[in-house]
Design a protein around this ligand. Structure first.
Ligand code: ACO
Length: 386
């Protein structure tokens, strides 16, 4: 018998996916989904993407204020000093299957950092600073390392003369990147750094609330980001554009997809009912890259899809999200498709850590309730009598 009484008592409170339910208080990031405005600590993301760097934005997100020149130089230097990862972690990564997804490799590698660094100092600001530095520094190194390892090569060491974004692209491609490409990549990291209580950040906060170590916090968030309804969509957008194939196929393809009730990857957002402001900026960054390094015909197809979808899905408030144009940027930068989500994770580590720190500042363990829909008390029948 189903427990009807219990369901009715709490059903009014229940929102699938916690839509519209405040689950925390936070001063990190604000989204105005009706007007398409995103700000980190009060600063518009457009201003940060054009005037800040990823490391400066990371500092802002985590410590709440923009650093002065001395604080930023010290943070950059600390991050640079901690980019290398232990040979033990590299050796562990060499035993990962080369066909495994890089997000799974990243989740395992991020979790492994907890084996190396103590978890028992969550009230010590120096420990917090050190953990932030290590994670921000080492996550990109681990993403690049797995890319080389799965190709049968040894990972290459970070280069101290290169800034954060340039160094990552160098470790990935073994070539020093063009300064414009590196600057655009750094702006992409800023755009992906934080987005309030999305699924992976919620996951990070829940994990943080148990007072476990920050490496477990980031590892759990990486696992959550990997799904196709969240960070994994950026990879699927290119697959979708390739499947559509040509501009004249856009309309019939979209009509078919809508009729079959398929989700269009890179469209829709729980918060935004207009075009995601990050998609607007990413589109401009993509155009800058195409001007400098050559056009990508998939971009024309993407624009056509956006235009046709505006008629079909716009009335429901479904517009391109951050993932729609980011894949085209990464593709132009020569980054393999299955690294798009790990790159998202590199950036979002900043936001996860900002929420980790905020959670520790006013912690209460997450423990929501449920509406029980199972059986009422039942007699256990011995196995021989079933
Ligand atoms: N394509 C077509 N229809 C859509 C889409 C889409 N991409 N997104 C939402 N809808 C429709 C749904 O079918 C539903 O229609 P209905 O009311 O007629 O049944 C309605 O809009 C509401 O959709 P939900 O899935 O309930 O919206 P929710 O807020 O739960 O989901 C999500 C948001 C997961 C982002 C969704 O829009 C989606 O699946 N998008 C595609 C995947 C994607 O791009 N994810 C990346 C999001 S950004 C990020 O995480 C970084």
């Amino acid at each position: 018998m189903v427990a009807e009484a219990g369901i009715q008592a709490t059903a009014a409170l229940y929102r699938p996916g916690l839509e519209g339910v405040p689950a925390t208080q936070s001063a990190v990031c604000d989204i105005d989904g009706q007007r398409g405005i995103l700000s980190y600590r009060g600063y518009r993301v457009e201003d940060l993407a054009s005037q800040s760097t990823f490391l400066e934005t990371t500092y802002l997100l985590i410590w709440g204020e923009l650093p002065d020149a001395e604080q930023l130089a010290a943070f950059e230097q600390e991050v640079q000093m901690h980019r290398r990862v232990s040979f033990r972690i590299r050796d562990m990564m060499k035993s990962f299957p080369s066909q495994g997804h890089p997000m799974d490799a990243l989740q395992a590698s991020a979790a492994s950092l907890g084996l190396f660094y103590s978890r028992r100092a969550l009230d010590n600001p120096e420990y917090i600073y050190g953990a932030v530095v290590r994670l921000i520094a080492k996550i990109p190194t681990m993403v690049a390392a797995f890319q080389l390892i799965r190709k049968g090569q040894d990972p290459i060491q970070p280069r101290d003369d290169l800034a954060y974004a340039s160094n990552f692209l160098y470790m990935l491609t073994e070539r020093e990147p063009d300064p414009l490409a590196a600057r655009i990549f750094d702006a992409c990291l800023i755009l992906h750094a934080e987005h309030s209580l999305n699924a992976s950040t919620f996951s990070a906060r829940v994990t943080a609330s148990t007072l476990t170590d920050p490496y477990a916090v980031v590892a759990s968030a990486v696992g959550t980001l990997a799904g196709p309804l969240h960070g994994g969509a950026n990879e699927d957008v290119l697959t979708m554009l390739e499947e559509i194939g040509s501009e004249d196929q856009v309309e019939p393809w979209l009509d078919r997809a809508i009729a079959e009730k398929r989700k269009i990857m890179g469209f829709g957002h729980r918060e935004y009912k207009v075009k995601d402001p990050r998609a607007v900026i990413l589109q401009k960054l993509a155009e800058q890259l195409f001007d400098a390094f050559g056009h990508d015909p998939l971009y024309d197809l993407a624009r056509k899809l956006e235009a046709v979808a505006a008629d079909r899905l716009g009335p429901k408030g479904i517009y391109p999200n951050v993932d729609f144009y980011s894949g085209l940027v990464y593709r132009k930068l020569g980054i393999p498709e299955d690294l798009f989500t790990p790159i998202f994770a590199i950036a979002r580590t900043a936001g996860w850590l900002a929420h980790w720190k905020e959670q520790l500042g006013a912690n209460r363990i997450f423990r929501p309730t449920q509406i029980y829909t199972g059986y009422a008390a039942r007699e256990l029948t011995p196995i021989e009598a079933r």
